[in-house]
Design a protein around this ligand. Structure first.
Ligand code: PHE
Length: 454
């Protein structure tokens, strides 16, 4: 067990860790990204591949990240350096923490734009802006929002400000307090919305669409997306779970915590589909719309269903809460690193926030004033979304698996994980062989196919 102490503080209980890590895991990934990916890429078949990726690739890395974090008890970058030096290895491993911070900044810049849309939609719902509107009209409403750089800017600036305020208050007073309120609220909202969708929507059509297994709709590229998404949804590859692990009390079981987080996250992803598709099918609305699915189509369903404006507002409040508890975990790795360099927390938050704000602006403009600038058919928004989650996160995760599996000694891992030898061996075996080979195979397969497709 590590005797080190984190200078940033510690979660007050196992529940606090669970809420924080679950809050990080459950985010736009579950409610915005997963449903459109699953819908477009083979429904049940995609979900099966995704589940396999969670169990064989993502969960072992989640356990590794929390373990590394708790052993190092510093920001991800310094944790890599310190643990590598402990084992007599090169300090260059700190580079993995650096790549992670970069990925985090890229992710947060499109994440905050999408969360900004969500905030605006709470407002639009309450105002009754899409009451009785046709699908064409709600689609238009969404285009109007994305084509206005200033309107978007207002909302993501607000979202970033809300995120920064929490992180600036530190681990106990900021992050922990926020997740104690927001994560339970998120579960309640989701339960209410699923019940609503099942009652007023077409549950049968949704279940057939989402869960019928059709492997002919599953391409090699879809397998890459399923894997990328398993990293994205469990917040892996950028150090978020490393830094949350650094604040985890020694007495808690890492294995149990990691499994609970993965289960909660998966349940929410599956339930989110049930809160969305029954409504779309009930109104025969387009379902294969990619990233704009829940903004362009879903309001047309809410707009014509009983108490739709209220449930619509609840839906976007759920999305905003989910995004918020994730966003705080995306910048914490960078903020904790700056604090370790000697900066005050508020100053670090401000610095990271400004960088993210500026790169959000790039994303914002890529949807309107610069929408003509594309690379192989993708706007900057699509590129950031794809490259960060489907390339950078798996790459970061792969390096983390190699670091935990091959650089850190089995003795150190056993001290930190304190579990029976058989289970530890099994985990380590998967982490050393199955996880890296899986990631590499999926990469190679997809690279061939991506080139073919372009
Ligand atoms: N897990 C979050 C989601 O599903 C996104 C995230 C990615 C958060 C990486 C932290 C780190 O939306």
């Amino acid at each position: 067990m590590s005797e080190r102490k984190s200078i940033h503080g510690e979660w007050s209980s196992g529940m606090a860790f669970f809420l924080a890590a679950t809050g990080s895991a459950i985010g736009l990934g579950n409610i915005w990204r997963f449903p459109y990916l699953a819908g477009e890429n083979g429904g049940g078949a995609f979900i099966l591949v995704y589940l396999a990726c969670i169990v064989l690739i993502a969960l072992p890395i989640l356990i590794a990240e929390i373990t590394l974090g708790r052993r190092g008890r510093e920001s991800p970058l310094n944790t890599f350096r310190r643990l590598a030096l402990d084992e007599g290895r090169s300090r260059a491993w700190a580079g993995v923490g650096f790549i992670g911070m970069l990925s985090g900044i890229i992710i947060l810049s499109f994440y905050s734009v999408v969360a900004g849309w969500s905030l605006e939609y709470i407002w639009l719902s309450l105002r009754g802006a899409y009451q009785g509107a046709s699908a064409d009209r709600t689609d238009q409403l969404f285009s109007m929002l994305t084509s206005s750089p200033w309107q978007q800017m207002f909302w993501y600036t607000l979202f970033l400000a809300l995120t920064l305020i929490i992180v600036a208050r530190g681990v106990r007073k900021g992050l922990e307090r926020a997740v104690w309120i927001m994560v339970p609220l998120l579960f309640v909202l989701l339960a209410v919305l699923v019940a609503y969708a099942l009652v007023v929507g077409d549950a049968h059509a949704a279940i057939v669409y989402l869960y019928s297994v059709d492997f002919s709709r599953l391409s090699g590229h879809a397998v890459l997306l399923a894997m990328g998404h398993s990293f994205f949804t469990l917040s892996l590859g950028i150090g978020a779970m490393i830094v949350y692990g650094a604040y985890m009390p020694n007495r808690l079981s890492i294995m149990r915590a990691a499994i609970s987080v993965a289960v909660a996250d998966t349940v929410v992803a599956v339930l989110a589909g049930l809160a969305i598709f029954p409504l779309l099918f009930a109104r025969h609305l387009p379902v294969a719309q990619g990233p704009k699915l829940i903004f362009a189509s879903l309001p047309a369903a809410f707009g014509s269903l009983p108490f739709g404006f209220l449930f619509g507002a609840a839906f976007f409040a759920l999305l905003t809460l989910a995004a918020w508890t994730s966003a705080i975990s995306i910048i914490e790795p960078v903020v904790s690193w700056l604090v370790e360099l000697g900066w005050s927390r508020p100053r670090s938050v401000l610095a990271v926030g400004s960088v993210v704000w500026m790169s959000s602006m790039l994303i914002d403009f890529s949807l309107n004033v610069w929408s003509g600038i594309t690379w192989q058919g993708r706007t900057l928004f699509d590129l950031f979304n794809f490259v960060s989650s489907d390339i950078m996160l798996p790459l970061g995760g792969l390096l983390i698996a190699l670091f935990a599996g091959w650089v850190i000694s089995e003795r150190s891992l056993r001290q930190e994980l304190r579990m029976n030898r058989g289970a530890l061996r099994l985990w380590l075996w998967v982490l050393r062989y199955v996880t890296p080979v899986g990631v590499l195979l999926i990469f190679l397969n997809a690279l061939g196919l991506i080139r073919g497709a372009l």
